[in-house]
Ligand binder design. Structure first.
Ligand SMILES: C=C1C[C@]23C[C@@]1(O)CC[C@H]2[C@]1(C)CCC[C@@](C)(C(=O)O)[C@H]1[C@@H]3C(=O)O
Ligand SMILES: O=C(O)CCC(=O)C(=O)O
Ligand SMILES: [Fe+2]
Length: 373
């Protein structure tokens, strides 16, 4: 296929291709209100300098938001502006490359890493108006052997002349790793569990950095940059540029989250919702596009080690009642999103059903085998 080239599509005389047109229910609405989300000044909290009232006030506000829609902002995060500026510069250089160059890093079916245009060959209708580059970051490999998975992947798939690109996104991922472990520690404390529990659960994480590039679209009200979904991952740290476009579905209506320079948007994902037995919510969100300006966002998805079993700690079971989700490993859930199901608003429920159906099949198989013996 010719691949997705928004410049070509925007210059066609008539409408954008039908496969990019979303259902009337999902089309963006023009009258949309902003959602005010709490702002967490994470450094003063972690350094313990501020008094406990401020910390508990921040903790209460964030905890309320996490129980309602799972979105909040983080400021004073310790990520230097320089690395953000270099990341955006490298992102723009990459997405400005000719399609033939970008296709060198093309994502393989069933895998997550690599370049994907919206015609990623996975879906054939309601396509997102975006191009993405996804890079795997392993904190465990960095900790245990100093391996720089982002840098190595870039030099392996994008070849020479991309040293700066690999170095920038290796450094950016490491900054995101540090910040996400600080945030997850804060969330653990706001849930009243032992302070180190969450940091230790995610210390050896196997996470995902995704670069989202949304070209302008001449009919922005017919399509979406990223469709309605909950993130299957644990927590997402998103930097959105000044253009804006992120929307969250709260109390039955779409609300916008306005860009705030030098702050990150953080949201809870499905895996962390399961880990907290549903106390903190993973919520529906999407990204809209516009006809004038390109929009770029950087999303870091914190994920546990592949084989680690996701089940709530006992302290949380006491306060949240019976189990809401079966035990699962992140690798199974990730495989589900990459090979069996397009993440949308029901991913975790569909995954739970799929798991149970597999258990039934496995049990039948073992029964039949044991009967034969
Ligand atoms: C584990 C993941 C799958 C998606 C990337 C992510 O790292 C977290 C968000 C997921 C996604 C963005 C949700 C909307 C649908 C999707 C297909 C997309 O628009 O890219 C999802 C990603 C995926 O590649 O499956
Ligand atoms: O680009 C955005 O604002 C949101 C992207 C997103 O939700 C995602 O990549 O999971
Ligand atoms: Fe998302």
């Amino acid at each position: 296929h010719a691949g997705f080239d928004a410049k070509v599509l925007n210059n066609q005389p008539n409408n954008i291709p039908p496969e990019y047109v979303w259902s009337d229910e999902d089309k963006p609405s023009t009258d949309i209100k902003e959602l005010q989300v709490p702002i967490l000044d994470i450094s003063s909290f972690l350094s313990g300098h501020d008094n406990h009232v401020a910390a508990s006030q921040a903790s209460r506000l964030v905890s309320e938001a996490a129980k309602l829609h799972g979105f909040f902002l983080v400021t004073n995060h310790g990520v230097h502006e320089g690395i953000l500026a270099r990341a955006y510069k490298c992102m723009d250089t990459f997405f400005d490359l000719p399609a033939s160059e970008k296709q060198k890093a093309k994502r393989k079916w069933g895998e997550l890493s690599g370049y994907a245009d919206s015609v990623a060959g996975r879906f054939y209708s309601e396509l997102p108006w975006k191009e993405t580059l996804t890079l795997r970051f392993s904190a465990q490999e960095k900790l245990e052997s100093g391996t720089e998975t982002v840098k190595d992947y870039v030099s392996k798939t994008m070849g020479d002349g991309n040293e700066e690109f690999g170095a920038v996104f290796q450094e950016y991922s490491e900054a995101m790793n540090t910040l996400s472990l600080n945030i997850i520690e804060f969330l653990g404390m706001s849930l009243g569990i032992e302070r180190r529990y969450m940091r230790e659960f995610y210390q050896d994480n196997d996470s995902i950095l995704r670069l989202n590039y949304y070209p302008p679209c001449k009919q922005p009200n017919l399509t979406l940059g990223t469709g309605p979904h909950t993130d299957p991952t644990s927590i997402t740290i998103l930097y959105q540029d000044h253009v804006g476009g992120l929307q969250v579905f709260v109390e039955n209506q779409w609300r916008s989250i306005a860009p705030k320079p030098r702050s990150f948007v953080v949201n809870i994902g499905d895996t962390f919702m399961a880990l907290t037995n549903g106390i903190y919510k993973s919520c529906l969100h999407r990204a809209v596009v516009n006809s004038e300006r390109e929009r770029r966002s950087l999303a870091f998805f914190l994920c546990p080690q592949m084989a680690k079993v996701v089940k709530p700690p006992t302290e949380l079971l006491e306060v949240s009642g019976q189990r809401r989700y079966p035990n699962f490993t992140w690798s199974m859930f990730l495989e589900f999103t990459q090979k069996h199901y397009r993440s949308d608003k029901n991913t975790l429920q569909k995954f739970s059903d799929w798991l149970r159906s597999r258990e039934v099949i496995d049990n039948n198989l073992t029964d039949r085998v044991s009967k034969r013996e």
